[in-house]
Design a protein around this ligand. Structure first.
Ligand code: NOJ
Length: 561
């Protein structure tokens, strides 16, 4: 038995919180086929009843929606498709009434090309706003950098789709966009950029936001000498295909980003109530994650190593031990994350022949996951992660075991990753399909209009919230029970030991209660000790034929002795 994490005595709310990610376009609508803030407010009790402590809202700011709202045209305004600022205030108030904290998404690496700064920069090459971005005069693209979404990370102003007949029709300068050309990168060396973002933080803190999820937190600072660097950086898992002798990337994970987060931490600390910052940083070296969560920087970082880990004993054991050790070394909680709006849903990903880092979407002609296996494993992985110390992120629909939508016709796709790779990547639309609420309503109750901006698969009828609420053995009721037990047993702040068995076996301890054993079985069943009292089993939802004395393959059991 080896203790791998000590019980945690600091009590900031985010240290052990279950945080539910809402993707506003697809959670619930009060009007037409696109989700909106009033729709979210009306359905928030679902999240509170699940046992979550907070919501993280993906962007709902004014945006041309070229990248699902991660292209912000005005950081202080709500996009009309989602409502208005008053709706945001009502949403925050309702969440607080239900005991839910609210984390909003901050997108500081780039603005939309429709942002007033970029529009001013486009209109006049001598405008001071040019310095707020990365404009360069050159015959060729200034570097060989690749956009995360595919193709070059530079676009010539005169090559923009809106150039013809515009004042910039003959402007042959280039601008940098690590994502889509509609998302020009900001120059964080400029004091105006820094001032603007602290002011934006204050704006949302004053409105009652309890924290921020920081988009592309590893990207803000670039090496100003702009050296070439042709390796592709991947969504979520970073540049994991880099040869060992490659120098650190000049556009990612530059040490200068940490000064920015120290400045932000100081702003958040002026406000009462443990406001949180969570880093979305796709790092090449998992050991770098702790740098973002030192005590004077952010509160948490998404644990993408857990998300991308293959569903295998050795890999899980390693990633769990490493995550706890690394975060403990700086006094930060780890996060257990299995899905978000950028990856294939866990219930499908785990059903592929190769688990671990996979494609960003699945099309009908690609390998189709085994749905039962995927669901079982996702539930097992959730039951494991939910028993571990730290905080949990759950993406809307995971509590319903929603699979990826794999039959989406290409004409309906919106993800720029699909277009910029000319279809080589399916893109992320398949994990962004609107939630089924009521089985017997059009669009499964997603909107009063009976429509949804992406079609929902017919099979989702059986997965609708109302159907699952009425079924004791549903995924939804399992998650509710699991989070209730997690809270009652204080699992998020407990001590954890690795029982060092030949299978995955942890022991969670906290004074005043019995030790809780957590066992995950992978391909082979694991025998349960005599007298084990089962507290929770992911098999309750996805029953197998294995008898009660065993932990069935691809399941997790919590028990006491
Ligand atoms: C990460 C977000 O999660 C993703 O959806 C977005 O496309 C990129 N950042 C760019 O903002």
């Amino acid at each position: 038995m080896q203790i791998i994490h000590l019980a945690n005595t600091s009590r900031e709310w985010w240290r052990e919180a279950v945080i539910y990610q809402i993707y506003p376009r697809s959670f619930a609508s009060f009007g037409g086929g696109v989700g909106d803030l009033q729709g979210i407010t009306s359905r928030l009790s679902h999240v509170a009843d699940l046992g979550a402590h907070a919501i993280w809202l993906s962007p709902f700011y004014k945006s041309p929606q070229k990248d699902g709202g991660y292209d912000v045209a005005d950081y202080r305004a709500v996009d009309p498709i989602f409502g208005n600022l008053n709706d945001a205030k009502n949403l925050i108030a309702r969440a607080h009434e239900l005991g839910l904290r609210v984390i909003v998404d901050l997108v500081p690496n780039h603005t939309s090309d429709q942002h007033e700064w970029f529009q001013a920069a486009l209109a006049d090459p001598s405008a001071p706003e040019r310095d707020l971005y990365w404009f360069r005069k050159a015959d060729e693209a200034p570097t060989d950098w690749l956009s995360v979404f595919g193709g070059s990370a530079w676009t010539r102003v005169c090559d923009r789709a809106d150039a013809k007949g515009s004042p910039w029709d003959h402007d042959d300068s280039w601008y940098l966009h690590l994502f889509d050309p509609a998302q020009p990168d900001l120059n964080w060396a400029h004091p105006r950029v820094r001032e603007e973002f602290t002011s934006i933080l204050r704006f949302w803190l004053d409105l009652g936001a309890d924290g921020f999820r920081v988009d592309v937190a590893h990207g803000l600072v670039k090496d100003p000498s702009l050296p070439n660097y042709q390796y592709h950086w991947d969504m979520v898992s970073g540049g994991d295909l880099l040869p060992a002798d490659v120098p650190p990337p000049p556009q990612w994970n530059q040490p200068g980003v940490h000064d920015i987060y120290r400045e932000w931490r100081a702003v958040l600390d002026e406000y009462e109530g443990d406001r949180a910052l969570v880093a979305e940083a796709w790092l090449n070296d998992p050991l770098d994650a702790k740098l973002y969560v030192r005590s004077d920087e952010m509160s948490q970082a998404f644990n993408f190593d857990f998300l991308t880990s293959p569903f295998e004993l050795a890999e899980y054991r390693e990633v769990i031990a490493n995550s706890l050790r690394e975060m403990d070394s700086v006094g930060a909680p780890t996060t257990w994350v299995l899905s978000n709006h950028d990856v294939v849903r866990a219930a499908s990903r785990f059903g592929l022949s190769k688990t671990g880092k996979g494609p960003n979407g699945i099309r009908p002609f690609e390998e189709q996951p085994d749905p039962e296996l995927g669901r079982r494993r996702a539930l097992a992985a959730h039951a494991l992660g939910s028993a571990l110390p730290g905080s949990i992120y759950i993406y809307q629909g995971e509590e319903l075991s929603l699979p990826e939508h794999m039959a989406l016709p290409d004409e309906l796709r919106e993800d720029p990753a699909f277009f910029r790779t000319k279809g080589a990547e399916a893109g992320r639309d398949g994990c962004r399909v609107p939630i089924p609420w009521e089985a017997d309503y059009p669009a499964f109750g997603f909107s009063p209009a009976g429509s949804s901006w992406l079609p929902q698969p017919e099979e989702w009828k059986a997965l609708a919230v109302d159907v699952q609420l009425a079924d004791e053995a549903s995924s939804l009721n399992f998650f509710r029970k699991m989070y209730r037990l997690r809270e009652e047993l204080g699992l998020g702040r407990a001590q954890l030991a690795d029982a060092e068995d030949s299978y995955l076996h942890y022991v969670s301890s906290l004074p005043g209660r019995d030790d809780l054993h957590i066992v995950t079985a992978f391909d082979d069943p694991v025998p349960l000790p005599k007298g084990a009292k089962i507290v929770l089993s992911s098999d309750e939802v996805a029953p197998s034929t294995v008898n009660d004395e065993q932990v069935a393959p691809n399941s997790t059991v919590w028990y006491t002795l």
